[in-house]
Design a protein around this ligand. Structure first.
Ligand code: IMP
Ligand code: MG
Length: 183
């Protein structure tokens, strides 16, 4: 482990996984890819609060085609690092979603339970398509089959913080992605 990359913030110690310049570069690429794929589709980006906020703010400024935006408040986490199957969602859509191309924007997909619950709800409105973009993905942690079309980085099975992602609601403001090394 590279000790020079370890940082201590509050009571937690983090190892730097993805610094801001690497994140910026990858988000730019994702924005270009999405702009090409959705050139004539005017997608509705559905941000999953709260973890999406930093990623979404950067992503939309790298999308060059018209988009609209909605938000859903959802999480399958209560406190701590383990996923549970109790997914709470809140927030209706001001934009009618029937016949629209939906792109769900997440900070991290872990078990897939949160996204699966969101997709189930969104399907009731008969959208034209539903895809997912997530800054981080943990495909090895899935308990439900969910396909993330656009992935920034694979986070392995690490618990990650920063760039919008929290540990018990803290550290969302860190401008990098870190991995909790002792907790
Ligand atoms: P899932 O339902 O297990 O896929 O979990 C997704 C949700 O759990 C995300 O919206 C996050 O709020 C939270 N989450 C999952 N993994 C992490 C992590 O490594 N750090 C911070 N939050 C996480
Ligand atoms: Mg959380």
């Amino acid at each position: 482990m590279n000790l020079s990359k370890e940082r201590t913030t509050g009571k937690h110690k983090f190892e730097l996984l993805y610094p801001q310049d690497i994140l910026d570069k990858r988000i730019k690429e994702l924005g270009h890819e999405i702009s090409e794929d959705y050139a004539d589709k005017e997608p509705v980006l559905i941000g999953v609060l709260k973890g999406c906020v930093v990623f979404l703010a950067d992503l939309i400024r790298n999308i060059s085609v018209p988009i609209e935006m909605e938000f859903i408040l959802a999480s399958s986490y209560t406190e701590g690092h383990e996923s549970n199957n109790n997914v709470a969602t809140a927030g209706g859509s001001e934009i009618p979603l029937t016949g629209r191309h939906l792109l769900i924007v997440e900070g991290v997909v872990d078990s897939g339970q949160t996204i699966a619950a969101i997709i189930k709800n969104l399907k009731k409105q008969n959208p034209a398509s539903i895809e997912i973009v997530s800054l981080l993905d943990k495909p090895s942690c899935r308990t439900v089959d969910v396909d993330v079309k656009y992935v920034g980085f694979d986070a392995g099975d690490n618990f990650v913080i920063g760039f919008g992602l929290d540990e018990s609601q803290r550290y969302r403001n860190l401008p990098f992605i870190g991995k909790v090394v002792n907790n």
